[in-house]
Structures are given as structure tokens and as C-alpha cells.
Design a protein around this ligand. Structure first.
Ligand code: GDP
Length: 140
């Protein structure tokens, strides 16, 4: 498997509890390199656009409210098989179902406040990376 990039967000529940470094340590221990990173506050408009795929789901409004409730850290991660590797280290969406040793099992609060986002395919990774980063900001 070739070297790949994926997109990651450290969500407001994690930044609020000062867990940025703890999450990054778990990503790096899994073999992922953080090749771009910035901390920002999502506006309602940007959060809605980012999660547009979920706009018909019952939790959409709550999700947008949560994602705009505090700072997030957006990242580009690089590594072998990075998309799947990141999904593995993140763990299941619902922390109650996440495997031991995953970020969500270790740090998440609930199915919504689940500490991290990660792209689910290489195609979405490209779209999500371009949503937040210019090429100059990504230093591999
Ligand atoms: P992910 O790819 O594992 O992040 O999961 P999804 O793409 O299905 O959902 C996107 C995000 O929406 C999740 O990470 C959660 O923050 C939130 N979410 C998913 N399912 C639920 C739910 O049933 N209720 C609530 N409140 N939020 C949810």
C-alpha cells in the first residue's frame, strides 16, 4: 500500500479538555505523520458545509452546534494506508462500541462528542483536505 494522506479533526470536546497533545501522540504512535495542522473556530456556515452529507440526519443541527462550540484542530495525516489506519486508531463512532486502545475509547464522551473526525475514503480525504488547507500549508 502506497503512502496516503487523510484528513483529521480534533473536535471541541477534546480541545476543551486540553487533549490535543494526547490525541496527537496516539496518531503518531500509530505511524501517522502530522504534515499540516491548525487550530481554528468553525463558523456555523463552514460546519454546515463540511457536514452537508449529513444534512438530512436527525442529529445534523446538534452536530453543527457541537462542532462550533469551541476550537477544533484540523490536520493532514500522512502514512502507509493512512485513511484506514486513522479510522482504526480513531475507533467506532460510538465510544461505547470502540475497541480498547483507540482514541474514542480512551477519550470520547458520547456518540456526538467523540473527540475526532477522520476521512472515510481517499476521495473524501482529498475533498476535506482542500476544504481547509492550501498546498503551501502542507509540508510532507
Ligand atoms: P464518523 O465517520 O465515525 O465520524 O461517523 P459519521 O460520519 O456517521 O457521523 C459524523 C459525526 O456525527 C460523528 O462523528 C458524530 O460526531 C456525529 N454523530 C453520528 N451519529 C450520531 C448520532 O446518532 N447522534 C448524534 N448526536 N451525533 C451523531
Amino acid at each position: 500500500m502506497a503512502v496516503q494522506c487523510t484528513f483529521s479533526i480534533i473536535k471541541p470536546d477534546a480541545t476543551r479538555r486540553n487533549l490535543t497533545g494526547a490525541v496527537n501522540a496516539m496518531l503518531e504512535a500509530a505511524g501517522l505523520r502530522i504534515i499540516a495542522q491548525k487550530r481554528l473556530r468553525l463558523t456555523e456556515e463552514r460546519a454546515k458545509a463540511f457536514y452537508a452529507v449529513h444534512k438530512d440526519r436527525p442529529f445534523y443541527d446538534d452536530l453543527v452546534k457541537f462542532m462550533t462550540s469551541g476550537p477544533v484542530v484540523v490536520q493532514v495525516l500522512e502514512g502507509e494506508n493512512a485513511v484506514d489506519k486513522n479510522r482504526q486508531v480513531m475507533g467506532a463512532t460510538n465510544p461505547a462500541e470502540a475497541a480498547e486502545g483507540t482514541i474514542r475509547k480512551t477519550h470520547a464522551i458520547s456518540i456526538e462528542a467523540n473527540s475526532v473526525h477522520g476521512s472515510d475514503s481517499p476521495e473524501n480525504a482529498k475533498i476535506e483536505i482542500e476544504f481547509f488547507f492550501t498546498p503551501e500549508e502542507i509540508v510532507g
